[in-house]
Design a protein around this ligand. Structure first.
Ligand SMILES: NC(=O)c1ccc[n+]([C@@H]2O[C@H](COP(=O)([O-])OP(=O)(O)OC[C@H]3O[C@@H](n4cnc5c(N)ncnc54)[C@H](OP(=O)(O)O)[C@@H]3O)[C@@H](O)[C@H]2O)c1
Length: 154
């Protein structure tokens, strides 16, 4: 990531499984100067390079006004059961992710979000034009399918 002096990493989801592991790795990394962890409840534990800010995620933009970072990492996630309602489950407005293996649960995830037809077209385009797949490959920014999109996997 370059010079440790200016390497601030914003982390969302530090209270979860993947976010907790990510936080540990970031605090161990010598090239990270500060971790700004945003969460809806205190993370617990202290570290000289950790700043834990309690936020309301639906007001994140205004609550983080004036803050800056070099890298932003998002480890948020939920299930329909945990979220409690379709409306709360569908609160996510965009998703940034890699290109995943066909027939994988992650391909199901993106199809549930953006619709199967859209994802098939996007992946066909990615294969045709030589995008890199899997964890260290290219990323795609996805938008939710319209509510009446019948190809959205439920
Ligand atoms: N576990 C894995 O092996 C794995 C592997 C690859 C990718 N992933 C992906 O990583 C993401 C997180 O998975 P996980 O296993 O770490 O889940 P997890 O342990 O349940 O953690 C979920 C995180 O999201 C936060 N969160 C959930 N709903 C929220 C909401 N409405 N507003 C704000 N924060 C909310 C939780 O905060 P609270 O603590 O406040 O509830 C927690 O920090 C998922 O998208 C998952 O698909 C997981």
């Amino acid at each position: 990531m370059g010079d440790a002096e200016g390497n601030v990493v914003l982390l969302a989801g530090g209270s979860g499984l993947t976010g907790g592991c990510t936080l540990e790795a970031l605090l161990d990394a010598t090239d990270v100067s500060r971790v700004l962890a945003v969460s809806r409840r205190p993370l617990g534990g202290e570290h000289p390079r950790l700043a834990n800010r309690i936020v309301q995620f639906d007001r994140l933009e205004s609550q983080l006004k004036g803050s800056s970072c070099q890298v932003a990492m998002c480890c948020l996630g939920t299930t329909l059961r945990k979220a409690g309602s379709q409306e709360r489950f569908r609160a996510v407005d965009v998703m940034l992710t890699n290109f995943h293996l066909p027939r994988s649960t992650l391909f199901m995830l993106v199809s549930a979000f953006s619709g199967l037809d859209t994802m098939r077209r996007a992946y066909a385009h990615a294969i045709e034009t030589g995008y890199r797949f899997y964890s260290y490959g290219d990323a795609c920014l996805l938008f939710p399918a319209a509510a009446d999109d019948k190809t959205r996997i439920e």
